[in-house]
Design a protein around this ligand. Structure first.
Ligand code: THU
Length: 163
């Protein structure tokens, strides 16, 4: 038996001004998108903004439902919309911003497991990394260079056949 360490380097920024202009813009779009979330059950609003290689941005926000599992996270609303609107166009990055009606979200909320799996599908398909920018309402900003970093040992289509 041997033990293998799996880790990654997270970039931590103290404030928005420390980001590049493009990253600041993308995060601002996620913050704006979050305001239109439909989250009457959790009071937890999430916004996501996806940047594509053609320079376009696609946004999403969480859409809840009285039948709870029927709702969808912001990240998947955004990434699926990007796939629907711009099929075949590479995805560069996704910014995610979270806020709550009940308390100040002062640390970045990472995407849930289902969203990581949904985003990594596009990363695997395009064979280039999708970076992730995360922020609460205030506080530090985290940047992961690739979804694979936060979904180690990910499932992929390669398991579905032996070729
Ligand atoms: N939520 C997201 O939109 N993204 C995540 O990655 C985690 C959670 C939403 C789902 C639900 O509407 C609310 O946050 C509380 O879980």
């Amino acid at each position: 038996m041997k033990k293998q360490h799996i880790g990654f380097e997270l970039s931590v920024y103290d404030n928005k001004e420390a980001l590049s202009q493009n990253e600041q813009k993308l995060l601002s779009e996620a913050e704006l998108a979050r305001e239109n979330a439909y989250a009457p059950y959790s009071n937890f609003k999430v916004g996501a903004a996806v940047l594509l290689e053609n320079g376009e941005t696609v946004i999403g926000n969480n859409q809840e439902n009285s039948s709870y599992p029927s709702g969808l996270c912001a990240e998947r609303v955004a990434i699926f919309q990007a796939g629907a609107k711009y099929p075949g166009i590479g995805i560069t990055s996704i910014a995610i911003s979270a806020t709550s009606k009940d308390y100040v979200v002062d640390s970045p909320a990472g995407p849930c497991g289902n969203c990581r799996q949904s985003i990594i599908e596009y990363e695997q398909k395009q064979k280039s990394p999708i970076s992730i920018l995360l922020r609460g309402e205030t506080g530090p900003i985290y940047k992961c260079d690739s979804v694979a970093d936060i979904l180690p040992l990910a499932f992929s289509s390669s398991f579905l056949s032996d070729s």
